[in-house]
Design a protein around this ligand. Structure first.
Ligand code: PLP
Length: 387
């Protein structure tokens, strides 16, 4: 099988599973209790906190474990709004993940003022619009570090310079796609809160983390027990937290070498497909991008049809974003990037990981172009082509 949908979710690294396994079987004690059977679990959770913190240059006490990236994002926004009850304005972008974008839409329905900053054709953020949007009543700016569909990386330092011109604005970033793929150091990255998610970096699904900079006021979303220092109630998902810790350590130590290899594979993929699929458009290629992500739009075909035909060959990719694959609407992100009508429905995302091999890429380059050609020949819009 050729798995190229790693921005949707990743395989659990065997080393991660190995560290988790004892805590799914023998070591099931309550980490909040003082008996030895719980203390062992507590120690491993704290080791995981240290390892997760190290991935982003944070202090362990600045890490709150959550149930997923979505929860981290929701928590950050709610906490910021509770910090400034008098402020009713939120700034985000038109290309955020639904866990921020749809949450903002709900807040708008509840009476908050929300501004979504647009991007250009290369997926780059309109900094002038951002600058004009920040106001005295802005409570929080939530702008992702890297986009899940295009892989485009936003310039967080520059964004921070713009928004911190207004006093008392909190800056949150959704770093779910960035964490483990590009170096992050919150000692120099001027954000107040940062979200990450385990299953994007070879840890299990259903665990995430929220970084909250020391001194930033924080209001929990989940209220109940005193877990996570009273910042996130609910008995800890110990095994998954331990998995996230191990995955973070592996990502930190392996990142430089892996990113180089993955970038070479991604470049080979793009060169191979561009050479054999006339009219293919590589989205976001003019911007800084994650080295594992390639987003390509093929003219006059339907990405869903390509996906199904690749599926028969055991090649797994995504049309746009896994998060909207069930709706018939073209991707919001690609509309925001003004991908032409001729191409938007033929958009495919290929996302690689450390487990991707040259053989996988060769098989894609061999298999996909004939599928694209066949579908284009059947297309009623074929007049654009040389017949
Ligand atoms: N943010 C981004 C950029 C994502 O890509 C995703 C997942 O697709 C999420 C947040 C949500 O993460 P989780 O699936 O852990 O809730």
């Amino acid at each position: 099988m050729v798995y190229l949908d790693n921005n949707a979710t990743t395989r659990i690294a065997p080393e991660v599973f190995e560290e988790m396994a004892p805590f799914l079987t023998n070591w099931y004690g309550n980490p909040s209790n003082v008996y030895a059977f719980g203390l062992q679990v507590r120690q491993k959770i704290e080791e995981a906190r240290q390892r997760t913190a190290e991935l982003i240059g944070a202090e362990p006490e600045e890490i709150i474990f959550t149930g997923c990236g979505t929860e981290s994002n929701n928590t950050a926004l709610m906490s910021a709004l509770k910090t400034f009850p008098g402020k009713k304005h939120i700034i985000t972008t038109t290309v955020e993940h639904p866990s921020v974008y749809n949450f903002c839409a709900r807040l708008a329905a509840e009476g908050y003022r929300t501004t979504a900053i647009p991007v250009d054709q290369e997926g780059a953020l309109d900094m002038d619009r951002l600058s004009a949007a920040v106001a005295e009543d802005t409570a929080v700016v939530s702008i992702m570090y890297a986009n899940n569909e295009s892989g485009v990386i936003f310039p967080l330092a520059e964004i921070s310079r713009i928004i911190k011109g207004v006093k008392g604005v909190l800056f949150h970033t959704d770093a779910v796609q960035a964490a483990g793929k590009i170096p992050i150091d919150v000692k120099t990255l001027p954000v107040d809160m940062l979200s990450l998610s385990g299953h994007k970096l070879h840890a299990p699904k259903g665990v995430g983390a929220l970084y909250v900079r020391k001194g930033t006021p924080f209001h929990p979303l989940l209220i109940g027990g005193h877990q996570e220092g009273g910042r996130r109630a609910g008995t800890e998902n110990a095994a998954s937290i331990i998995g996230l810790g191990k995955a973070s350590e592996m990502a930190r130590t392996g990142m430089a070498k892996e990113a180089l290899f993955i970038a070479q594979l991604r470049d080979a993929l793009e060169a191979g497909l561009a050479a054999s699929c006339p009219g293919a458009r590589i989205n976001g290629a003019g911007s800084a991008r994650l080295s594992n992500t390639s987003h390509i739009s093929f003219p006059f075909i339907d990405g869903e049809a390509v996906l199904t035909m690749l599926d028969r060959e055991s090649i797994f990719v995504s049309t746009g974003s896994a998060c909207n694959a069930t709706t018939d609407e073209p991707s919001r992100v690609l509309k925001a990037m003004r991908v032409p009508d001729s191409h938007i429905r033929g958009s495919m995302r290929f996302s690689l990981s450390r487990y991707t091999t040259t053989a996988h890429i060769d098989r894609l380059i061999e298999t996909l172009p004939p599928i694209v050609r066949r579908l284009q020949e059947l297309s009623p819009f074929r007049t654009w082509q040389e017949k």
